[in-house]
Design a protein around this ligand. Structure first.
Ligand SMILES: *[C@@H]1O[C@H](CO)[C@@H](O)[C@H](O)[C@H]1NC(C)=O
Ligand SMILES: *[C@@H]1O[C@H](CO)[C@@H](O)[C@H](O)[C@H]1NC(C)=O
Ligand SMILES: *[C@@H]1O[C@H](CO)[C@@H](O)[C@H](O)[C@H]1NC(C)=O
Ligand SMILES: *[C@@H]1O[C@H](CO)[C@@H](O)[C@H](O)[C@H]1NC(C)=O
Ligand SMILES: *[C@@H]1O[C@H](CO)[C@@H](O)[C@H](O)[C@H]1NC(C)=O
Length: 433
């Protein structure tokens, strides 16, 4: 049987080792790992039956005070490596290894253990390469979950994973970014400037969500990867060139225009300062925010659909303004369809006689979002969080507080000379990258 005692924490430094071990036991102790079943998850909002298998934490000092956090299934390791090479600061990733084990045996089958060991080897490699090549300062939390069938493995606990990835974040500035996005080099360049960092901290805490416009190559396919890498390295005037010649375009602009449309790409191209856009029903931008104000993801959204929209609806309802940053952006990296995305896109094919039940999942998340909207109108909506995570926030005092009012260290006093006011340099963002 796969026991936590045989898991080695790949950690450097006494503090990091202690923190990793803390998190490990806090999340794993007293849990009886069960198999996730479709019926149980559909009929009651059971929490994700995930177990933490391993944590890696970079031994290098954090280069910037902004952490990107993300979640992924284990087959997306390459995307994590790319994300990590495109940002020079800290990245925290929660990885989900899905184990389908219909047999009724206690614990993990030999095949499942093998799958888990394979996933560990892959992410050990991702981590070590990031350390060696001086990529981002990476934290990886590798979780696994046992499902009783292929059908139930559709119930990927996406929002719980996003929250787990946020847990160990040590910086005030945070950004939840999907793993298949590549971050423009300009973000790392700007963050070298202490004035910019201070400005971000001061302004994000006022609930200004600084939107990172998202692009994708004009033509899909493997060759588009070159375009993505190029688009992340060039300066904005060169990006404008790529945009006007059609080499890059609004992310999902053809298949789902409202997802990023409100960012207003035409305006952004000529913008040299932030500007406000209003949130509309299906707007789902990525943005930079502050730990103390950023809402958490509602863990009841599992599987696919509504998980990000419902989050953004809550961000909007919590009084955030959405303001694209004039010269920092994301570009989508094309990837071959993976097993899990196939499963979702072709779920009717793969789950055979369970087509109707596949639709049940869609109906469930839609019903969830409808009731969330009613609660938001009544002012009673609170995202549901994982109880094990809540317990860890009570127990582990080195985590940033869930309730910012309990923050022990007061915010650093603002340096008057570097705290830009309304007409500062950063409200009139200069374009050099
Ligand atoms: C799940 O529920 C469906 C109907 O809701 C039922 O037909 C099926 O037998 C149940 N499966 C299990 C494993 O309990
Ligand atoms: C699982 O592996 C162990 C040793 O690694 C072996 O003794 C056992 O027979 C295996 N079980 C099955 C069902 O193959
Ligand atoms: C966005 O939030 C505001 C309150 O902050 C609310 O009045 C408005 O209706 C929301 N927009 C949408 C489209 O729900
Ligand atoms: C920003 O652009 C506007 C016009 O597009 C121009 O008038 C202004 O001088 C620019 N500001 C800076 C700081 O470059
Ligand atoms: C962008 O980069 C190109 C090529 O390096 C350079 O010629 C151009 O001046 C740069 N533009 C700005 C606005 O810095």
């Amino acid at each position: 049987m796969y026991k936590s005692s045989i898991i080695f924490l790949f950690l450097f430094g006494a503090n990091l080792a202690r923190e990793g071990a803390d998190l490990f036991s806090c999340l794993n102790d007293d849990i009886h790992i069960k198999k996730t079943s479709w019926n149980e998850s559909m009929h009651s909002d059971v929490e994700a039956n995930v177990r933490l298998a391993r944590i890696w934490t970079s031994a290098r000092p954090m280069r910037f005070e902004l952490t990107v956090f993300t979640q992924l299934t284990s087959d997306r390791h390459e995307a994590l490596s790319n994300l990590c090479m495109s940002f020079r600061g800290p990245v925290s990733a929660a990885v989900h290894v899905s184990i389908v084990q219909p047999e009724s045996i206690p614990g993990l089958s030999n095949d499942s253990i093998e799958a888990l060991v394979r996933a560990e080897a892959i992410f050990a490699d991702v981590f070590e390469r990031a350390e060696l090549l001086h990529g981002c300062q990476l934290t990886i939390m590798l979780f696994y979950e046992i499902f009783d069938s292929h059908l139930s493995s559709l119930l990927y606990p996406i929002n719980a994973m996003r929250n787990f990835a946020r847990m160990p974040v040590k910086t005030e500035l945070v950004s939840a970014i999907d793993v298949d996005m590549v971050i423009s080099r300009s973000l790392s360049t700007h963050l070298l400037d202490p004035m910019f960092r201070n400005w971000l901290k001061v302004e994000t805490v006022k609930r200004r969500a600084f939107v990172l416009p998202a692009f994708e190559p004009g033509c899909p396919g493997m060759s588009s990867r070159t375009v993505t890498m190029l688009a992340s390295l060039v300066n904005k005037s060169q990006l404008m060139g790529l945009y006007h010649q059609g080499s890059v375009t609004q992310f999902k602009g053809h298949v789902f225009p409202p997802g990023h449309g409100p960012t207003n790409y035409e305006k952004w191209m000529c913008a040299n300062e932030t500007y406000k856009v209003s949130w509309q029903g299906n707007y789902e931008p990525w943005f930079i925010s502050h730990w103390d104000v950023l809402p958490w993801f509602d863990v009841r959204y599992k599987g696919f659909g509504q998980n990000k929209i419902s989050f953004l609806a809550n961000v909007n309802q919590s009084g955030f303004s959405f303001e694209p940053l004039p010269d920092i952006w994301l570009t989508h990296l094309y990837h071959r369809a993976t097993e899990s995305s196939d499963l979702v896109k072709n779920n009717q094919m793969n789950i055979g006689s369970d087509v109707l039940r596949g639709n049940d999942m869609k109906m469930k998340v839609e019903a969830l979002y409808r009731s969330q909207r009613i609660e938001m109108m009544q002012g009673t909506y609170v995202p549901k969080l994982d109880s094990r995570m809540l317990k860890c926030f009570e127990k582990l005092h080195w985590l940033q507080p869930l309730e910012p009012s309990t923050r022990k260290t007061v915010h650093q006093p603002l340096l008057q000379s570097t705290c830009p006011c309304k007409h500062s340099k950063y409200d009139h963002f200069s374009l050099h990258v």
